[in-house]
Design a protein around this ligand. Structure first.
Ligand code: FAD
Length: 345
């Protein structure tokens, strides 16, 4: 084991990660530590052995699949704190990487800060939100993102990244690509507004507001409705292990789409700019007969085939194998390659 440093955060040996991943699969971390400040990170990585060690940064563990024990250092982000500054209609909100995402959304909703309400109830931490540019119900993180503070593991440098530098895309950012494994996000700054510009056109939001006879919704109404729809559609990880959408919705060219549509006229799709088309991965999987199927302790969710679940004692590699079978079937039937959204470790 690398030598300890006096002011270093405490390092624990052989820690079970079962309660730290929403799939609820068993895996052991060779070493485990929790980070409560940027100084903790500086102290930890002042030690060359830890800089060189295999590492896994962990937030809420809601977007990863552990397929085996982790023979390295797991770094759980626990930097807390939420603050805000209102300037006219503009609001700047800052939050530590270790804050729970939904708590931040609730802080904003309760204070009348608009912009995040459609992102209610997404599991996980604030620090992970830029990693895959989280999104739901027609809103993405990038729509409210101002900047984030980023710690460079090798040099100990801390830099601010503005939105343009983060190269946000659909479930993508620079942190998942060029900077993967090299940096740790310590806090995130958001730009919100006291004047709501509600986005209620997506999914069943409008319908649910109507059902509730809400003609002039506020941000709290939208947040409540989004939370309600999510709870009714997605399995709760505290009872059935899962990581939300397991695959990304594939984006293909219009030409490829036309070929698929000529054979499957009902193909669920959304036209995007640049002659591309986004397909609904859940629909493709369902057409291959996978919806609600159970194999041993794993399977796909009965209401949404895009969500792979752990019914109790599945191992990460069983879930992974299931995902490979699904990828193969979708490729054979539609010629489309599904890409995993979940980070496989
Ligand atoms: C029921 C359910 C529903 C979901 N719905 C959605 C949805 O609607 N939209 C959506 O976009 N996602 C959704 N997700 C996925 C997940 O909630 C998000 O991806 C979330 O941002 C993951 O946060 P986390 O803290 O749990 O990240 P983790 O799973 O802990 O980590 C994810 C990745 O980010 C890295 N990472 C984490 N924190 C940091 C940090 N501070 N610095 C650097 N790297 C870091 C990790 O190393 C890992 O590679 C859902 C998941 C579940 C279980």
């Amino acid at each position: 084991m690398p030598q300890k440093h006096n002011t270093m955060p405490e390092i624990f040996d052989n820690v079970s990660l079962k309660k730290y991943n929403t799939f609820g699969v068993e895996a052991t971390a060779r070493w485990y530590t929790e980070i409560n400040s940027e100084d903790d990170l500086k102290d930890l990585f002042a030690n060359e052995a830890w800089r060189k060690a295999e590492r896994l940064v962990l937030g809420g563990g809601s977007n990863l699949l552990l397929t085996k024990d982790f023979d390295g250092l797991v770094i759980r982000m626990n930097i807390k704190g939420i603050s805000s500054k209102v300037n006219g209609e503009q609001v700047i909100v800052e939050a530590g990487a270790g804050e729970v995402w939904h708590n931040l959304v609730m802080y904003c909703v309760d204070n009348g800060f608009a912009g995040m309400e459609n992102l209610s109830l997404i599991p996980g931490s604030v620090g992970a939100s830029p990693i895959q540019n989280i999104g739901a119900y027609g809103v993405e993180l990038k729509d409210v993102f101002e900047s984030c503070r980023v710690f460079f593991i090798e040099t100990g440098e801390i830099r601010e990244f503005k939105k343009e530098e983060c190269r946000f895309g659909y479930r993508e950012s620079i942190f998942k690509n060029d900077l993967k494994g090299e940096v740790i996000i310590t806090n995130v700054v958001f730009r919100l507004s006291t004047k709501p510009a509600l986005n209620i056109s997506y999914g069943a939001i409008g319908e649910e507001l109507q059902k509730r006879h809400i003609a002039n919704p506020g941000i709290k109404d939208v947040s409540d409705v989004v939370s309600h729809i999510r709870v009714s559609k997605l399995p709760d990880p505290s009872t059935i292990g899962n990581s939300g959408s397991f695959f990304k919705n594939p984006i293909i060219s219009e030409t490829e789409f036309k070929k698929i549509q000529s054979i499957f006229p009902d193909t669920v799709h959304f036209c995007l700019p640049n002659s591309t088309v986004k397909l609904a991965a859940g629909w493709l999987i369902e057409q291959c007969g996978w919806k609600g199927k159970k194999i041993g302790e794993t399977g796909t969710w009965k209401n949404q085939a895009l969500v792979l679940v752990n019914y109790g004692n599945a191992t990460g590699s069983e879930v992974y194998d299931l995902s490979s079978r699904i990828i193969e079937d979708v490729k054979t039937k539609f010629g489309v390659s599904l890409e995993r959204e979940v980070n496989v470790i």
